[in-house]
Write a protein that binds this ligand. Structure first.
Ligand SMILES: [Zn+2]
Length: 383
């Protein structure tokens, strides 16, 4: 029995440069050595999981090293979609309109602008089905091999929420579209849980609704509800304790004055049939929001996975501050219901130039493990 706070992170980590070279060749359609590529993915995952374990991460992940990025991943795993280069996708509109010069410069070098291959919007033009079995099997096998080699006892694998698949031109309504994607993604969700891993549903789109200037309040709530219903449809029959839900705000380092408050998003987030909820709480726009849990009751049997280190800055958080952040949550909901984590992934697109330098990521992980040890000490937790 343990009531100690455990450590984890959100998933994506910087890819080694030699792996990026191979990935780039593969994505651009150049001839590449498939066996060499796959063996390099396998060794990179092994190395990455070993480093996480050495840093003191309890619930590890494969760093999403095999995935070129959030959007390309959809293309590789779902049929019924086609790339639509040049399509305008509404995203962060209010924020971009408020700071056009900043974001013009930022998106040219960071996030999708820094990706190893151009990020092309995906449009659904036919019936959606899952076609990622082989890629998923390889990811699961690589992670499990890395776990046994490193001695890591628990791991999670992220997978995209139905709302992240792209836009719809085939189905009659949004509901029909999101439910079709949910039925397809369900194959992946189940396979991850059946493999003995925690499933993490990644949903940065849940928050984006709330700042979309094109929607009124009623439409925002309606979209959030459809998203939640689609996720729960995909999760039916899967034990909530094997599922964690991650939401965030999409942008990493920026003014972010249009990020909706956690208080707006939480009522919808808590309706997702997950056992734990991962959200940003370690940056200057969201740190104060731990107070929310003083008034919003966390349902029985659920846990919080707050960010206590951020993906939005190269400053390595001091372990004393990390401990303080964790103790705040633990005093409200109990240490056994808190898992220390990061605000978001450190490389949601495969990139040569991640916003947080790879060497800094590992220093942050070490600080998080040390801060969690201090918090457990302060809380008198048994381990
Ligand atoms: Zn995120």
């Amino acid at each position: 029995m343990t009531d100690r706070i455990l450590t984890t992170h959100v998933g994506s980590l910087p890819r080694p440069h030699d792996l990026l070279d191979l990935m780039k060749a593969r994505l651009s359609g150049e001839p590449y050595d498939r066996e060499r590529y796959e063996s390099r993915v396998r060794s990179a995952v092994a190395e990455c999981v070993r480093r996480q374990a050495e840093c003191g991460i309890d619930i590890v992940a494969d760093g999403e090293l095999s995935k070129p990025g959030f959007f390309t991943y959809v293309k590789e795993r779902l049929s019924g979609f086609e790339p639509r280069p040049g399509k305008k996708v509404a995203f962060f509109d209010a924020e971009r309109a408020a700071f056009p010069e900043y974001y013009k410069e930022y998106f040219a070098r960071a996030m999708t602008g820094g990706a190893v291959a151009p990020v092309v919007p995906m449009v659904c033009t036919g019936p959606v089905s899952y076609k990622g079995e082989e890629a998923l099997r390889r990811d699961i096998d690589n992670l499990k091999a890395a776990m046994s080699a490193s001695g890591a006892k628990a791991a999670f694998m992220p997978s995209v929420a139905p709302s992240g698949a792209g836009s719809n031109e085939h189905y009659k309504s949004d509901e029909e579209f999101f439910f079709a994607v949910a039925d397809a993604m369900r194959h992946e969700y189940r396979a991850i849980v059946d493999a003995g891993l925690y499933l993490q549903i990644d949903d940065p789109f849940m928050t984006d609704n709330f700042s979309d200037p094109a929607l009124d309040d009623k439409q925002r709530r309606r979209f959030a509800e459809i998203h939640v219903e689609a996720i729960n449809h995909a999760l039916r029959g899967i034990s909530a304790e094997k599922v964690r839900f991650h939401t965030c705000y999409g942008i990493n380092e920026g003014p972010r004055v249009h990020d909706p408050a956690l208080g707006e998003v939480a009522p919808f987030m808590l309706k997702v049939n997950a056992g734990a909820y991962s959200f940003e709480a370690a940056n200057a726009r969201h740190e104060h929001e731990y107070h929310l849990w003083e008034t919003v009751k966390l349902p029985e049997g659920k846990a919080l996975i707050p960010g206590v280190i951020t993906h939005a800055s190269n400053i390595v958080e001091h372990p004393e501050l990390i401990a303080e952040r964790l103790v705040r949550f633990a005093r409200i909901v109990g240490p056994e219901r808190v898992i220390a984590s990061t605000d978001c992934g450190f490389s949601s697109q495969a990139s040569y130039k991640t916003e947080v330098h790879p060497t800094v990521v590992w220093a942050k992980f070490q600080a998080m493990a040390e801060g969690t040890r201090l918090a457990n000490q302060q809380l008198g937790s048994r381990s």
